[in-house]
Design a protein around this ligand. Structure first.
Ligand code: GRG
Length: 289
């Protein structure tokens, strides 16, 4: 993990425009939003899937970076006053606090387009049609039928008691779609997996994406702001429907374990039993921040 985290840091460093390049304030803010913090879960998943597909790691670098850029953009916009209105992210002031709101908006826009620039300009796949498939995959996962749509449902759901299937629907989109896309993109950087294996890997991505969010809900309820590096206890304060509000802590933890088990079962069909993805599934479910 440390090796891959260092790799993605280097890739992101070089992909982001230097702070001195005009417009310097925007570029500084983009670098502030992306570099030096974050668990890099999505890139780690892309590297894990790329390994199974025997992908050249240089290809996975850019696919992984594109997903992390989309993730970073979503955090910047999510923290803004018109959405979650938060002042702390990754242990630091949020982008609109450190810079200003207009800059934060532009940071999100620019990170999103940089993601698609990387995925289209760099050689990330065996051929052009596979590369186009990857671009479409990331677009679908990020847009109104994926992450942004999930965020819209989240915003509409404040103060409402959602059922577990409704929560699942929201989270599969808001958080799950990009995690699932990370696995799918990494796997498409190489050519070693059959369609059936890609399908199994997609099951893994779907289950682990949902498990990630269930754990996130538990951490928000149980952990501290210092440990998380973001404001804890926010869901209850903002009357957000979560797995914890629907099921309680213990049943939410049990659900995360079941989702992890389902994810691991899907990996049984893959080379090396899924390799590092097995350990990443444990990291996602057992993490403390
Ligand atoms: C604004 C279009 C738009 C979408 C926002 C993902 C999202 C949608 C908002 C983030 C809000 C949030 C806290 C969601 C819970 C799950 C989540 C994405 C947590 C943060 O991800 P981590 O834990 O963060 O991977 P780091 O900082 O480690 O990268």
């Amino acid at each position: 993990m440390l090796d891959r985290q260092a790799r993605i840091e280097t890739t992101l460093q070089s992909a982001l425009p230097a702070s001195e390049i005009a417009p310097a304030r925007l570029h500084s803010a983009m670098r502030y939003a992306v570099l030096g913090a974050g668990k890099r879960v999505r890139p780690l998943l892309a590297y894990g899937a790329g390994e199974l597909a025997c992908a050249q790691i240089e290809r996975v670098d850019y696919a992984a970076a594109s997903v992390e850029l989309i993730h970073a953009y979503s955090l910047v916009h999510d923290d803004m006053p018109s959405m979650d209105n938060d002042i702390l992210r990754r242990g630091r002031p949020t982008v609109h606090v450190e810079f200003d709101e207009a800059t934060a908006l532009l940071v999100g826009d620019s990170l999103q387009t940089l993601a698609f620039q990387l995925l289209s300009e760099r050689a990330v796949a065996d051929d052009a049609s596979r590369q186009l498939e990857m671009i479409a995959l990331l677009a679908r996962a990020s847009g109104s039928r994926g992450m942004a749509g999930g965020q819209a449902i989240d915003l509409e759901s404040t103060s409402q008691a959602l059922s577990v299937p409704e929560l699942e629907y929201m989270h599969i989109h808001k958080t799950g779609a990009l995690i699932r896309a990370s696995v799918a993109l990494g796997a498409r950087c190489g050519g070693a997996l059959s369609d059936a294996q890609l399908h199994q890997l997609d099951h893994f991505g779907k289950f682990i994406g949902l498990a990630f969010q269930v754990v996130d809900d538990v951490l928000d309820a149980q952990s501290t702001t210092a440990t998380l590096g973001k404001t804890a206890g926010k869901d209850a304060r903002n009357q957000k429907p979560t797995y914890v509000s629907a099921l309680g802590i213990e049943r939410s933890r049990a659900l995360a374990g079941e989702l992890r088990d389902n994810a691991l079962q899907a990996l049984d069909w893959l080379p090396d039993g899924g390799g590092h993805l097995r350990q990443l599934a444990d990291f996602i479910v057992l993490r403390k921040f």
